[in-house]
Design a protein around this ligand. Structure first.
Ligand SMILES: Cc1cc2nc3c(=O)[nH]c(=O)nc-3n(C[C@H](O)[C@H](O)[C@H](O)COP(=O)(O)OP(=O)(O)OC[C@H]3O[C@@H](n4cnc5c(N)ncnc54)[C@H](O)[C@@H]3O)c2cc1C
Length: 506
C-alpha cells in the first residue's frame, strides 16, 4: 500500500532552470489551482545541468542583432529539422527572458553602457551570449531563480523525491506521479504533471552532465503513451577536459570564441588555420576531436596565446577544473575529448509544454519542442528552459481538478544494478557515440533487449533503447547523428517519432 498525497495544482518534477521557471509562473488560479509542488531527488542547485552551464544564455541583445537572425542561425544549426515557427517563438522572447532573470537577481555581465555584455559562440553569426562572471552563468542564474522559488508562497519544494512512476486514469490522462521519498513510495495526485527531468548524459560513459540524469522522465512518458521525438539526436561537446573524471569537466566554447585553438600533440591545427575554423558547428568539431584521439594524434585546446594570464579571472570555473587535474592552462594546452552534452530529442511537446498525453507536460532538456532539430545552437537551451518553462507553468496552473476515478501507475521504475549500469554506459559510448555504425548499433540493441528482460523495470534501459533504436533506424548522417555506414545526408529531412515502441519516419 503506497501513501497518498493530494496536491491541488501542478506537480513539477525537476528543479533545474526549466522546472523552477515553470513553478514561479504556476501562480494560484482562483477556483482552479493553488500553486506548484516541485520535486527533486537532491537539494536545489545539485545534480542538475542548469547549475553547471558555463557559457550563458543566447538572446538577440546586441544593437545589430535581431530575433529573426537568431532564429535563422538556430535553423541552420538544426540541419533541416528545426520547426521555424517554434524557433521564432523562442528567439522573440530572448530579451524578455534575460530581463526577467535579471529582475530576479541574475547578475549578467554588463557592458560600459549598462547593457548586457554578449560574447560569440560557435555557429552564431553575432555575439549574442549573455554571460555571468565569465564562465559561471548557470550557477549564478539558477541561484537567483532558486532564491525566488524558495521565497514564493505558492511553491512547495520536496528536495528528497525521485520520480518512479506516472499515475493515469482509464482514459490515459495523467493524474499524478509516484514519488519515492526516503525509500517510501508516495502517490501524488495532482492536476497535471510537468516533467523537467533534464538530459540523458548519465546513460553514457563520457559525459559533461551530472551522472544521475538518465532519461527517467522520457522513459516514463514513453511508457505512458507520449510521443518521443528524434531520440537519436545527441550533441557531443568537443572540449570536455580529458582527465579521467566522471562527469568530465567542460572547457566552455567561449574559450574558442576568445581565440583558443584546437591542436594535436604536435601543435598542428585539428580543423584548419582559419581564425574561425574551430567555431564550426559542434558536430563537425566533435568529430575532428574524436578522430584525432582515435588516431593517437591527441586533441588539445590551446588557450595560451588567446587567454593566457587572464584565465583565472575570465574563466574561473574552467581554470579551477584544470588546476584540480594538475594542468595550468595559462602555460599548457588542455587535453580534450568529445563528451555527451545535450539531448536534442526527447518528449514531443509544444511551446507551452503540452505533450500528446492529457495532463502531462514536458519542458527543458527532456522535451523536444522542435527548436533544436538535429543539432542545438550553443546556449539556446537555457533560453528554452526558462522561456518555455514559464509558459508551461502558466498553462499547467490552469488545469483544474479531474473528477476522482480509478488511477493506476504506469510502472514503478527501478534502478539497474551498478555493474550493469556501467556496462550500459560503456556500450552506449562505444556504439552510439560520436561515430555510429549499423553493426555496433544492432549489437547494442540486442544487449539492451536482454537487459530489459532481466531488469524489466529499469527506466535507464528504456531510455537507452529509445536512443539506440532511433540511431539504428536513421540511415543517414545529420546534425549530431553520424553513421559511418550512411555518411550521406538525405535530401528530405524526416523526424523520428516513437510511440509505444513503434518507430515511424514522417
Ligand atoms: C557542463 C554544462 C555546460 C552547459 N553550458 C550551457 C550554456 O552555457 N548555455 C546553455 O544554454 N546550455 C548549457 N548547457 C545545457 C543546459 O545547462 C541544460 O540543457 C539546461 O540547464 C537543462 O535544464 P533543465 O531544467 O531541463 O534540466 P536540469 O537543469 O538538468 O535539471 C533536471 C532536474 O531534474 C531532476 N531529475 C532528474 N531525474 C529525476 C527523477 N527521476 N526524479 C526527480 N527529479 C529528477 C534533476 O535532479 C534536476 O533537478 C550546459 C550543460 C552542461 C552539462
Amino acid at each position: 500500500m503506497r501513501r497518498v498525497v493530494v496536491h491541488e495544482g501542478p506537480l513539477i518534477v525537476g528543479g533545474g532552470l526549466a522546472g523552477l521557471s515553470a513553478a514561479l509562473e504556476a501562480v494560484p488560479v482562483a477556483g482552479v489551482s493553488k500553486g506548484a509542488l516541485v520535486v527533486t531527488p537532491a537539494p536545489l542547485l545539485d545534480a542538475c545541468s542548469s547549475a553547471w552551464a558555463q557559457g550563458g544564455m543566447a538572446a538577440a541583445l546586441g544593437k545589430d542583432d535581431s530575433a529573426e537572425l537568431h532564429a535563422k542561425d538556430t535553423e541552420v544549426a538544426g540541419a533541416g529539422l528545426v520547426v521555424p515557427e517554434v524557433a521564432e517563438a523562442l528567439t522573440e522572447h530572448g530579451r524578455e527572458t534575460v530581463e526577467w532573470l535579471a529582475s530576479l537577481g541574475a547578475p549578467f555581465d554588463r557592458d560600459a553602457d549598462g547593457g548586457f555584455a554578449v560574447s560569440l559562440e560557435a555557429a552564431h553569426s553575432m555575439p549574442r551570449v549573455a554571460r555571468v562572471g565569465g564562465d559561471g552563468a548557470g550557477r549564478a542564474i539558477l541561484s537567483a531563480v532558486v532564491e525566488a522559488a524558495r521565497a514564493a508562497s505558492h511553491i512547495e519544494i520536496w528536495e528528497d523525491g525521485r520520480l518512479r512512476g506516472l499515475l493515469q486514469d482509464a482514459s490515459g490522462r495523467v493524474r499524478g506521479a509516484v514519488i519515492e521519498r526516503a525509500g517510501v513510495l508516495v502517490d501524488v495526485h495532482a492536476h497535471a504533471v510537468v516533467l523537467a527531468t533534464g538530459g540523458i548524459g548519465g546513460l553514457f560513459e563520457v559525459t559533461t552532465n551530472p551522472a544521475a540524469l538518465r532519461g527517467e522522465g522520457m522513459a516514463l512518458a514513453y511508457l505512458a503513451g507520449a510521443e518521443i521525438l528524434d531520440p537519436e539526436f545527441v550533441q557531443f561537446h568537443p572540449t570536455a577536459i580529458d582527465v579521467g573524471l566522471d562527469p568530465a569537466p567542460l572547457a566552455t566554447e567561449a574559450l574558442r570564441g576568445e581565440g583558443a585553438r584546437l591542436v594535436d600533440r604536435d601543435g598542428k591545427f585539428l580543423i584548419g588555420p582559419e581564425p574561425d575554423a574551430d567555431l564550426a558547428a559542434r558536430d563537425i568539431v566533435a568529430r575532428a576531436v574524436h578522430e584525432a584521439r582515435a588516431s593517437a594524434r591527441g586533441a588539445f585546446l590551446d588557450a595560451r596565446a588567446a587567454v593566457g594570464d587572464h584565465f583565472p579571472h575570465e574563466f574561473p570555473a574552467v581554470f579551477a577544473a584544470c588546476q584540480g587535474a594538475g594542468i595550468d592552462p595559462r602555460v599548457q594546452p588542455i587535453p580534450v575529448a568529445a563528451a555527451v552534452h545535450y539531448h536534442m530529442g526527447g518528449i514531443a511537446a509544444g511551446e507551452d509544454g503540452r505533450t500528446s498525453v492529457a495532463g502531462l507536460y514536458a519542458i527543458g532538456e527532456c522535451a523536444a519542442t522542435g527548436v533544436h532539430g538535429a543539432n542545438r545552437l550553443a546556449s539556446n537551451s537555457l533560453l528554452e528552459a526558462a522561456t518555455f518553462g514559464r509558459q508551461a507553468g502558466r498553462a499547467a496552473a490552469r488545469e483544474g481538478a479531474v473528477a476522482v476515478g480509478e488511477v493506476s501507475a504506469v510502472m514503478v521504475g527501478g534502478d539497474l544494478p551498478e555493474p550493469e549500469m556501467m556496462a550500459l554506459r560503456a556500450a552506449m559510448t562505444r556504439y552510439c557515440g560520436v561515430v555510429r555504425g549499423g553493426e555496433g548499433l544492432e549489437a547494442l540493441c540486442r544487449m539492451l533487449d536482454e537487459m530489459a528482460v532481466s531488469h524489466p523495470v529499469a527506466l535507464s534501459v528504456v531510455a537507452a533503447q529509445l536512443v539506440a533504436e532511433g540511431a539504428l533506424e536513421r540511415r543517414e548522417s545529420r546534425g549530431g547523428h553520424f553513421r559511418s555506414d550512411y555518411p550521406q545526408t538525405d535530401k528530405v529531412a524526416l523526424h523520428t517519432r516513437m510511440t509505444a515502441r513503434v518507430a515511424v519516419a514522417v
